[in-house]
Write a protein that binds this ligand. Sequence first.
Ligand SMILES: NC(=O)c1ccc[n+]([C@@H]2O[C@H](COP(=O)([O-])OP(=O)(O)OC[C@H]3O[C@@H](n4cnc5c(N)ncnc54)[C@H](OP(=O)(O)O)[C@@H]3O)[C@@H](O)[C@H]2O)c1
Length: 291
Amino acid sequence: MTTDNNVQVSVLGLGAMGGALAGALVRAGYTTTVWNRTPGKADDLVAQGAKAAATAGDAVRSGGLVIVCLLDHTSVHEVLDPLSTELAGRTLINVTTTSPAQSRELAAWAAQAGVAYLDGGIMAVPNMIGRPGASILYSGSADVFDRYKPLLDQWGTSTYFGEDAGLASLYDLALLAGMYVMFAGFMHGAAMVSPAGVTAGEFATMAAPWLTAMTGAFEGFAAVIDGGDYTVEGQQSLEFSNLDGLLTASSAQGIGTEVVSMVQRLIQRQIDAGHGKEGFARIIESIKQPG
Ligand SMILES: NC(=O)c1ccc[n+]([C@@H]2O[C@H](COP(=O)([O-])OP(=O)(O)OC[C@H]3O[C@@H](n4cnc5c(N)ncnc54)[C@H](OP(=O)(O)O)[C@@H]3O)[C@@H](O)[C@H]2O)c1
């Protein structure tokens, strides 16, 4: 990775994630000023070479790029609103988790204040920052992304989605939606085998390679969805995908059926609409057009 160690940076927010982001920049040799609402969280970073600011205003006034990693959108406004004058003409990168609408609102706030703005969505936990596997999604100012990419790359793989500041958050939340439903699927399977004396750990050793292999189906589903023709030969039909057997077996194990029932409902709505012979990927139409 290339670095531009002449860049000065201030990091506002030294929680688990902000501390990890600041630490990666300090270790990479960036001149880093740090601030946190509750004192004491900067001590380790100062020992590594960061400068601690007493207030958020002092951190911003120390110059350079401003990075914000706070709890949520409200806390970002609480910290930045009083500093809009100091921030005018400066560059702000906000990696706090926000909704697409909140990211767009902050981009508009920044434009009004004369601040160049880039929004980020972190696809990693703190101990992944600066290691392989960490990914951070960005949208907003392309100029800011291009200029600071060497710095952003210190945290993980940096991917830019476009000038609409809400896009990074949209991708972030869409990926998390997929993750949570997959996790629920794993939990359902673990609950299903539990009455048979199978531990969750034993089930995990089977589920991980199985689900990993199944992600290979995404590409084929995507080709069908993007092609818009669910009748293409070779697909598993919706009728063939009937999950009654899974529901019956789950109930027989004495467990809840919410997770599988949710998928069954998506399938059934398409069958009821006369599409039973078409491919399984068609359940996306049940999701796109809520019943
Ligand atoms: N941790 C993760 O695995 C992870 C993964 C992806 C994204 N993120 C996102 O990263 C952001 C930070 O997460 P985190 O794990 O660092 O959370 P955290 O450990 O709970 O830290 C929250 C930070 O926000 C500050 N804060 C909260 N309310 C504030 C306010 N009103 N004014 C000023 N500062 C305020 C806290 O300051 P005090 O120390 O004074 O309370 C602390 O620095 C969140 O948006 C989170 O969704 C986290």
